[in-house]
Design a protein around this ligand. Structure first.
Ligand SMILES: Nc1ncnc2c1ncn2[C@@H]1O[C@H](COP(=O)(O)OP(=O)(O)OP(=O)(O)O)[C@@H](O)[C@H]1O
Ligand SMILES: [Mg+2]
Length: 457
């Protein structure tokens, strides 16, 4: 995020110019836009510290802009300005995460004071965040994110049994299953039900980091270990001491890192990057992957010895299509959760609609079901979500993938198919690329590469 840089979105040119000029006088770099679409496109490539947006604009209004920005980067501050300031709109904007709401007309002095206040607060929050990073706040996060694991199918009941049986052990657990099947939820449940529950649960997404970043993330580094290492940093293994470390996407770790992980698992010992002191920790290791590790071993991409170390206790999460009897309870659970968040009455799905949900194959598993229901809750104006609405949204998913490929050479048809999948995932994730990548089960960097290849960037 670029500090001291501001985007101003306002369709009234003189108003926009006036705001931009007075902020420039305060030393900020200001980018002006008369509409949301261009501003968002710019923001995706060049995130700034603060976005000031008008509320009533066509075709995209300020609330929509606010939502999309927060979705893409929750830490960015957004200030909403409006000539139609009612208490309701102000409250709504604040609930959506706006940092401030200002009613037109306002003086340039008032604008500058409010902006300075936001920027100052950001600075304080950044310092706090840095302190928290190395603190026990990691502990609170786990309780906040520990959700109930819902389901009554035979296969999910087996998972519950495993959780109860092994939570108290210190053995390493490997959770396998397709994307969106609830692997992280199970990892958190294992921690919460163990006697380590009062100690940290520390998650590392091994697939998202380069080797050198991952090494310093896991093991920490000494001051001066590499350019930019301005202070000593504790690694995740140290931070998890006494608790649990969750190594997510373990199948994406490189050969070199696999060797380093093997050593920690065997000896519970490691050194910080650039350090000489050998540290030892008491950490329970839980890892997860959506990849088929035995296949990776066969292809010599994953070490067999590490595999056996990680997989002392294997837990496999079945895909949703293999436990369709869980769909209705999961659907009800999510509808209730969304309603509780807004203190509203839960919406209901009519029986024909529930049949449709049960017939669909859910390639994105529970996450896909959850996302679809969230969208339907927002779209549906009545308390009942009916089959027509559901059919519209599901058919969009299925039709896209099969039409338009007749008589194409296989290579081209496959490319079209891949492109459609990507477009669909981007749409589903409101163009938040790391979320889309997650849905597709690929790295964000591969998504960028493919988007460029298909001219989607
Ligand atoms: N049995 C379940 N009951 C309720 N919610 C669930 C269940 N399983 C998964 N979820 C929800 O579905 C979403 C996806 O779950 P989670 O992140 O644990 O999946 P994952 O297997 O780790 O996926 P990925 O491989 O993409 O990281 C989460 O919001 C989670 O809370
Ligand atoms: Mg996960």
């Amino acid at each position: 995020m670029n500090e001291n840089e501001i985007i101003v979105i306002e369709d009234n040119a003189s108003m926009r110019l006036g705001m931009a000029e007075s902020l420039r006088r305060d030393g900020f770099k200001v980018f002006e836009f008369e509409g949301g679409a261009h501003a968002l496109e710019f923001f995706h490539k060049h995130p700034v510290e603060l976005v000031i947006t008008d509320l009533k604009m066509e075709p995209m209004d300020g609330t929509e802009i606010l939502k999309r920005i927060k979705d893409f980067q929750p830490s960015v501050s957004v200030m909403v300005v409006s000539a139609f300031g009612t208490v309701n709109t102000a409250v709504e904007a604040m609930q959506l995460g706006a940092a401030d709401f200002m009613t037109k007309p306002f003086s340039s002095e008032e604008l500058r004071v409010r902006v300075r206040r936001i920027i100052e607060k950001n600075k304080q929050e950044k310092t706090l965040l840095r302190l928290k990073e190395e603190n026990t706040l990691l502990q609170d996060e786990i309780f906040k994110n520990y959700g109930e694991i819902v389901g009554h199918s035979e296969s999910i009941r087996k998972v519950f049994d495993w959780i109860d049986r092994v939570a108290h052990e210190n053995s390493t657990v490997l959770i396998e299953g397709e994307s969106g099947t609830g692997k992280e939820l199970v990892a958190r449940a294992l921690h919460i039900k163990s006697n380590r529950r009062d100690k940290p649960f520390v998650k590392v997404n091994c697939g998202a980091l380069s080797d050198s970043l991952l090494e310093s993330e896991l093991f920490g580094h000494e001051k001066g270990a590499f350019t930019g290492a301005i202070r000593q940093k504790k690694g995740r293994f140290e931070l998890a001491d006494g608790g649990t470390i969750f190594l997510d996407e373990i199948g994406d770790v490189s050969g070199a890192m696999q060797v380093k992980l093997l050593r920690v698992l065997q000896e519970k010992e490691f050194e910080r990057v650039g350090g000489e002191e050998t540290l030892s920790v008491d950490v329970r290791v839980i890892s997860a992957t959506h990849r088929d590790l035995s296949k990776l071993i066969h292809e010599e991409k994953f070490r067999e010895d590490l595999y056996y170390r990680l997989r002392v206790i294997p837990i496999t999460l079945p895909p949703l299509r293999e436990r369709k009897e869980d769909i209705p309870v999961l659907a009800e659970h999510f509808l209730k959760k969304f309603a509780d968040n807004k203190s509203e009455k839960p919406k209901v799905i009519n029986p024909a609609g529930m049949d449709l949900l049960s017939q669909y194959s859910w390639p994105g598993n529970i996450r896909e079901l959850q996302n679809l229901l969230e969208r339907l809750c927002v779209i549906s104006e009545s308390l009942q979500i009916d089959n027509t609405l559901i059919a519209q949204h599901l058919s969009g998913t299925m039709k896209n993938f099969t039409t338009g490929f007749d008589h194409l050479p296989l290579g081209e048809a496959l490319e079209n198919f891949e492109k459609n999948l990507i477009v669909h995932a981007l749409k589903k994730s409101d163009h938040v690329k790391n979320r889309a990548a997650k849905l597709l089960g690929i790295r964000t960097s591969s998504l960028y590469y493919k988007m460029e290849k298909f001219g989607l960037l």
